[in-house]
Design a protein around this ligand. Structure first.
Ligand SMILES: [Zn+2]
Length: 81
């Protein structure tokens, strides 16, 4: 970041980016490099999802419970079949 702030990300963690920084990124970095165009997505290492078996639906990594049915989700990697 221009103000010297650095973000570090370990695989599996999600990064907290402040709203101001997010806007800065969108205005300068993304737009200039064009990495957000062409269907590419910014990725911080490995991001695992959470799976709800009753709903058969994959949620975000931070959804420990299913937003739809409220049931407990399981690690994406633990999904069998
Ligand atoms: Zn569910």
């Amino acid at each position: 970041m221009a103000d010297g702030t650095k973000y570090t990300a370990k695989p599996g963690d999600h990064v907290n980016v402040s709203e101001a920084h997010a806007q800065t990124i969108q205005k300068s970095w993304y737009g200039k490099s064009g990495v957000m165009s062409g269907g590419q997505r910014l990725s911080f290492g490995t991001r695992k999802g959470r799976y709800c078996e009753p709903c058969r639906r994959l949620w975000n990594a931070w959804n420990d419970t299913c937003p739809r049915c409220g049931g407990e989700t399981i690690d994406e990697n633990e999904v069998s079949g």
